[in-house]
Every structure is written in structure tokens, then in C-alpha cells.
Design a binder for this molecule. Structure first.
Ligand code: M6R
Length: 617
């Protein structure tokens, strides 16, 4: 949601800003704009509703003057529709200051009234313009952009990243953040700011995440970091683990297609150096969570939203079975509003690809404030949720650009499984041999997943044959249930088709009423090889819906012949231990949703109304 780029240096700022905004497009937006301090000292801005191409075409037809200082923004509308006027930047100090914003200023109405009473006028309906006018007013009084920021940011409630430039201070971009991301790109004689590192990684891989309630001033020669009170703060630079090519399509038809193809590697990377001689070694959480602390945990609460929450459900099955600790999984946005019971023996595990999801961030903060210990599973280095947690276990899926989460989900499940096995060891719930058997299974997964991905063309044909379908149901039991939920979410968000995931056992308690002749139903079928398997029960469920006319698409293990007489189509996955089947079964459903969306001519990477990083509540 909202992409932010800032630049100071010797390059043409507009080129840097537009390139950065392109790389942040995946976050989701509906208007865009830029501001540059031209070499002749003028502040020049341009902004347009619609996709970046609209702004780009304008800038080609009527280029802004060249300059080496600028800010750029993609806006996901909150206050006021996606119009030219509401797009950022917004202006202050009689048009000499330009400001961009990500987040929501909750007390903007009060502040706006204050400014109106002083005679200020507003062009837009946005909360952002209030911030621009406030900073502009302070600048007029102090003549210093950093001081003007300091005077204003403490008065703003809610979540914000703000960047501003002023015509009287060329060579300076000032930024501030609270509950919303901002990262510095450290260059040589040039500096960058971005909502995330994708904004500048083509120029530098040295980054520094701005902490909560901090102000940063970037100049070509360096950066100054302070807290909101003006006290100097020491930042922690880090090296971005991937290069610009990792965030390119690399010849694939979509980022989503590329990211699905990267799932085996995401598993390999997430396991790398964390399984040594069959033992799970999670050194990175050892300081925050030494063995005695993990042994004393009485309960685990897993928090996330959307796909991340579904990966959490899979984690629950694994952690309870292996480590024998009770696990609850909760949607982060519900969690803090119901007065949950928390104490120091509760381990709160948050899951987030972006590490910036506001709902999850607020839930983590809430848990910390109430004395729980917090561990995040996160895919983005230096993200806010990771920084707010007592420890972080990074998934190493690489940058995920498509709005629909795929390889991040796979990596999250693997990270949760590693956590479960680590807990099982320190708590003595599994023997070393049992753990070794399970880690062997984990390490065998990438190769198996590669064979699943080879069935892509078959799934594409199936999807094409169903492009007129208006409703699809997904059923699963045990670990197949989260897979069903995830399959339904993928289809909804990508193909705009009504889709629901159900626990198959729940069918006869209501959802079976939805079954009518021709209703398409995907069923995740567990392996029949395990004597405790729910295979016979799932086959019975299939028979029940088939008897009522459902068209059944089964995802079943290779060699499962018992399912054949009951399914209309069967998609095969290789043999795996029951707990690991979801990591194979989810891929066909991801591919199916992507191919069906493509068959309908939809934008697979940026589905309507959605943002990759949901940074507002
Ligand atoms: O960045 P996060 O993992 O915290 O994002 C959580 C959800 O917004 C995300 O998984 C969303 O549901 C995806 N669009 C699903 O494909």
C-alpha cells in the first residue's frame, strides 16, 4: 500500500524516482506523483490518477526540469477517491514544500480545523494535505525542514511515513515514520529512501531501516537520524540479501508464475544451515529464546492475516503433534480487540511476508505490552514486525512481488515446521531419530515440489476449461483443510470467482446445501498409506457430494487408485509424509488460480482492490 521513494545525489531524480516507483508497483496503488527540486531552485511536481504509465506519458510529453533531489509516491486511496487532486505530493508553504505520505493520520480532522481557522485552504480530501500544510507552516517559522518535521510529527496520531522536500533546501529530503515502513539506501555520494529496499536495490544493497518514531535527513554526503525529540540515533546498516534481478520477471509471463517456480528454492533457502546432521539449529533465535525459555512456554498463539494465517494453521498441526504445546491460531486483526489472556509463558508467533502488515504489527505490539514473548516469522529483512519482536526467524523466499502470496506461504510453513521440531527437541517431545526422520522428509520436499510444478501445463488446460465457472468449493481435512482455505483465497483474489474452503467434515453441517449438479469442488485427499489417515473419510465425503451432482477435482498422491472411481479429474502429487503433503498439494491450486485468472484476461500480479503490503488497519 502506497510506495514511497526519495533521492538525493548526482543522478536525474525523476529517473530514479520513476524506476523506484515501478519496483514498488506491486504494493498496490491507484495514483502516482513526483516532486523534484530543479537545478534552478524551482520545486516542480506532477501527479496523476491511474497507473504509472499515465504519469510517465505526461512526463515524456512535458518533462519536469532536471534536478538531483526529489520524492515520488504511489497512492492507495484511503481519504478521498483516486483522483489527480488527491494524488501525492501535496504542497505547503505557498507551494514551496512538497510532501508524500503512507498511512492514515487519524486526528487529521482536528488538525485541519485548526489550519482552516488560520485561513489555510485545502485542494484535496486527503489527510496528507493536512500534514503538508502543518510542516509548511512550521517551515515558514523556522526555515529548517528537519525542525519543521520535529514540530509536527509528534502531533500526528495513527500510522505514517512522511517524506518532504523544500525549494529553499535543495539537496535534502527529510523523512519520518511511525508504524509504517521506511528504509534508507546508503550510496556513495547519493542516498535513497524507500518503502522497502526494492525502491533502490538496483543502485545500492546497503540499507538501513528507520526505527519507530524516528526522523531521517538524507543529503548526498550522508544521513542524519534522530528520534522525534531530536536526539541522535544510531542506525544499523545491513546488506540486502538479494539483488535487483531477483525482483525482475526474468522472462516469466508474470511475477506470480516466476514466484511459484521459485518455491522449491524458497524451501531450500529456508532450510539452509538450519538443519545440521538431522538436527534443527535455530541460532538466530537462541538469544531471544534460549532453551530454558522455550521449555517454559505453556501456550503458543500464532498471528497473521490472509495467507500468512493459513500457514499458521499448518504450523498448529505440526507444533502440537511434535512439540506437544497447545497452539491457537488467530487472525491478527481480531486478536487485540477481544482482550486475550497473555502472560510471560505465552509465546506469540507472528507470521508476515512483508513484515509491515498493520493488523499483525499492532497485534505483536499488543502482545509485547501485555508481557508475552514475541517471535516473528518474516520474509523481509529489517521489517517493522521483525524489529518489534523479541526474535525473528527469517523465511528466505526472496522478494515476493505478486500480490498473491505463493512462495512466501511455502517458506512460512517450512519455518513453522522448523520451529516445531526445534521446540520438540528442547522440550524432549521427540527423539533425535524421530527428528532426523522428519528433517530428512523436509529436505526431500524441493525435489518433489519440482515434479509437481512440471504438471503446470495440465493444470493450465483444466483452468482454461473452467474459465466460465462462477463458483468453486475447496475441501480438505486435517492438514488438507488449510490447503483448501488457501486454494479458495487464491481463486477469489486472482480470478474474482466465488470460492469457499471448508473442512470436509463440516460439509454435512451446512455447506453441502451448496452442492448442485455441476458444482466444481476441489478435494485435497490425504495419503491412504498411513493407517491413521483420514483417506476413507475424505473418500466418503467425495461420494456424498458426487451423489448430489458435484464435479470433483481431486488432488491425490501418486498411486492412490482408491480415489479414481470417485473423482472426475485427479491431479497427482508425489508421496510424502502426511504433515508435508500440504507443501505439495497447495502448488496445483496456486497454479490453477493463476491460470484461470490469466484465461479471463485478468492482471495476475495486481488483482483489483488489493495491495501487497497492507499498511493500514
Ligand atoms: O505481508 P503479510 O504476509 O503480512 O500479508 C498478509 C496478507 O495480507 C497476505 O497474505 C494476503 O492474504 C495475500 N494477498 C494472499 O495471497
Amino acid at each position: 500500500m502506497c510506495g514511497i521513494v526519495g533521492y538525493v545525489g548526482g543522478r536525474d531524480a525523476i529517473e530514479v524516482l520513476m524506476g523506484g516507483l515501478r519496483r514498488l508497483e506491486y504494493r498496490g496503488y491507484d495514483s502516482a506523483g513526483v516532486a523534484v527540486i530543479a537545478d534552478d531552485g524551482r520545486l516542480a511536481t506532477h501527479k496523476r490518477a491511474g497507473k504509472l504509465g499515465v504519469l510517465e506519458a505526461d512526463l515524456v510529453a512535458e518533462p519536469l526540469p532536471e534536478g538531483g533531489t526529489g520524492i515520488g509516491h504511489t497512492r492507495w486511496a484511503t481519504h478521498g477517491g483516486p483522483t489527480d487532486v488527491n494524488a501525492h505530493p501535496h504542497l505547503g508553504d505557498d507551494g514551496r514544500l512538497a510532501l508524500i505520505h503512507n498511512g492514515i493520520i487519524e486526528n487529521y480532522a482536528v488538525l485541519r480545523d485548526e489550519l482552516l481557522a488560520e485561513g489555510h485552504t485545502f485542494a484535496s480530501e486527503t489527510d496528507t494535505e493536512v500534514a503538508a500544510k502543518l510542516v509548511g507552516r512550521e517551515y515558514a517559522a523556522t526555515g529548517d525542514l528537519v525542525s519543521a518535521f520535529r514540530a509536527v510529527v509528534g502531533r500526528l496520531h495513527g500510522a505514517f511515513t512522511l517524506l518532504a522536500v523544500h525549494a529553499d533546501e535543495p539537496g535534502l529530503v527529510v523523512g519520518a515514520r511511525r508504524n509504517s515502513p521506511l528504509v534508507v539506501g546508503l550510496g556513495d555520494g547519493e542516498q535513497f529512501l524507500g518503502s522497502d529496499v526494492a525502491a533502490f536495490v538496483q543502485y545500492t544493497r546497503r540499507a538501513l531501516a528507520i526505527g519507530q518514531d524516528q526522523i531521517v535527513a538524507i543529503r548526498a554526503g550522508g544521513i542524519e537520524l534522530t528520534d522525534f525529540a531530536g536526539r541522535p540515533v544510531e542506525g544499523e546498516p545491513y546488506e540486502v540479501a538479494w539483488d535487483a534481478s531477483a525482483a525482475d520477471k526474468g522472462g516469466w509471463s508474470s511475477f506470480m508464475a516466476k514466484e511459484i517456480s521459485e518455491e522449491p528454492e524458497a524451501i531450500e533457502q529456508t532450510l539452509l544451515e538450519r538443519v545440521v546432521d538431522g538436527v534443527v539449529v535455530l541460532d538466530e533465535i537462541a538469544e531471544g529464546f534460549p532453551a530454558d525459555v522455550l521449555s517454559a512456554v505453556t501456550r503458543i498463539v500464532v498471528l497473521g492475516a490472509g495467507t500468512a494465517a493459513y500457514s499458521g494453521l499448518l504450523g498448529k498441526y505440526a507444533i502440537e503433534k511434535w512439540a506437544k504445546v497447545p497452539v491457537e491460531v488467530e487472525l491478527a486483526h481480531e486478536f487485540r480487540y477481544r482482550d486475550p489472556v497473555l502472560d510471560a509463558s505465552t509465546l506469540v508467533v507472528s507470521i508476515s511476508q512483508s513484515g509491515e502488515t498493520m493488523d499483525t504489527l499492532m497485534a505483536v505490539k499488543y502482545a509485547s505490552e501485555r508481557g508475552a514473548r514475541t517471535l516473528s516469522i518474516c520474509n523481509t529483512q529489517g521489517a517493522t514486525i521483525a524489529r518489534e519482536s523479541d526474535a525473528v526467524l527469517y523465511t528466505r523466499a526472496g522478494p515476493e512481488v505478486a500480490v498473491a502470496s505463493t512462495k512466501a506461504f511455502t517458506a512460512q510453513v517450512v519455518a513453522l515446521y522448523l520451529l516445531g521440531l526445534h521446540l520438540a527437541r528442547v522440550r524432549g517431545a521427540l527423539t533425535d531419530d524421530e527428528i532426523r526422520g522428519l528433517t530428512d522428509e523436509l529436505r526431500a520436499l524441493p525435489a518433489k515440489l519440482r515434479t509437481v510444478l512440471q504438471t503446470g501445463p495440465e493444470i493450465r488446460e483444466l483452468a482454461r476449461s473452467m474459465s466460465d465457472t462462477r463458483s468453486v468449493l475447496f475441501l480438505g481435512r486435517h492438514v488438507g483443510y488449510p490447503v483448501a482455505l488457501e486454494g479458495a483465497l487464491k481463486l477469489k483474489e486472482l480470478a474474482y470467482i466465488h470460492a469457499e474452503g471448508f473442512a470436509a467434515g463440516e460439509l454435512k453441517h451446512g455447506p453441502i446445501a451448496l452442492i448442485e449438479p455441476g458444482q466444481r469442488v476441489f478435494v485435497v485427499v490425504p495419503s491412504p498409506r498411513d493407517s491413521t489417515s483420514l483417506h476413507p473419510k475424505v473418500v466418503s465425503n467425495i461420494q456424498e457430494i458426487r451423489a448430489r451432482g458435484a464435479h470433483v477435482l481431486a488432488i491425490a498422491e501418486a498411486g492412490d487408485v482408491a480415489v479414481l472411481p470417485h473423482a472426475d479429474e485427479v491431479l497427482r502429487i508425489p508421496l510424502a509424509a502426511p504433515m508435508f503433503e500440504p507443501l505439495l498439494a497447495v502448488a496445483p491450486l496456486q497454479i490453477f488460480a493463476m491460470e484461470l485468472a490469466a484465461a479471463k484476461g485478468l492482471d495476475v500480479d495486481q488483482p483489483r482492490n488489493l495491495a501487497k503490503s497492507v499498511t493500514v488497519e
